[in-house]
Design a protein around this ligand. Structure first.
Ligand code: 5GP
Length: 197
């Protein structure tokens, strides 16, 4: 699992805004991060493209990947499954690429357990400013049913307890501010990684 490149894990409760912050961080060209594209059984949303946001697959393909041990971690989340392809991630890190992983909390816990002895891992937990803010964000996703919204919210509230097992906790009060803080944290970690050779 260990590679030359840094593995950066961004997680946090459902609805905290990981996706938006991830986009802002990935746009920071100075960092030159490689994004780990997950596989999912969820159908694409308008504007999403296969191989860019996710690899969109059917249940059969996802099962096959589980069976063949192709995932570093995978989870079931509100009726769909998501997994991190292992080989691709290892290949990128071995090439010296710094890989950015944006995943939900249970999957991140699996990864953190596996990479315990790997010094080149940086974990960041994105925290919502309040439970109400989390609910407002989840509700703003109009394409989801009330049931899915409630499930995301319940899960999100429970997931905040995981924050203490991360290297950094960043408050997502404003996307710009939180993204800048994360970029700063990553820059420092990259410098340290370079200096360790
Ligand atoms: P969405 O359906 O909104 O794109 O993603 C739902 C949740 O799944 C988000 O919290 C996202 O971070 C998480 N997620 C995306 N890819 C993966 C993955 O490969 N593994 C895990 N565990 N979570 C993922």
């Amino acid at each position: 699992m260990e590679g030359k490149g840094l593995l950066i894990i961004l997680s946090g409760p459902s609805g905290v805004g990981k996706g938006t912050v991830r986009e802002a961080v990935m746009k920071e060209t100075d960092l030159d991060l490689s994004y780990s594209i997950s596989m999912t059984t969820r159908p694409p949303r308008p504007g999403e493209r296969d191989g860019r946001e996710y690899y969109f697959v059917d249940d059969k393909t996802f099962n096959k990947n589980i069976k063949e041990g192709n995932f570093l971690e995978w989870c079931e989340f509100v009726g769909h499954r998501y997994g991190t392809p292992k080989d691709k991630l290892e290949e990128m890190r071995n090439n010296g690429e710094n890989v950015f992983l944006e995943i939900e909390v249970t999957g991140a816990a699996q990864v953190l357990e596996k990479v315990k002895k790997d010094p080149k891992v940086l974990s960041i937990f994105l925290m919502p400013p309040s439970e109400q803010a989390l609910e407002d964000r989840i509700r703003s996703r109009k394409y989801e049913s009330e049931e899915a919204i409630k499930a995301r919210l319940d899960k999100g509230i429970k997931e905040m307890e995981a924050a203490s097992s991360y290297d950094y906790v960043v408050l997502n009060d404003y996307v710009d501010r939180a993204s800048r803080e994360i970029i700063h944290i990553i820059k420092n970690a990259l410098k340290e990684n370079e200096n360790s050779y």
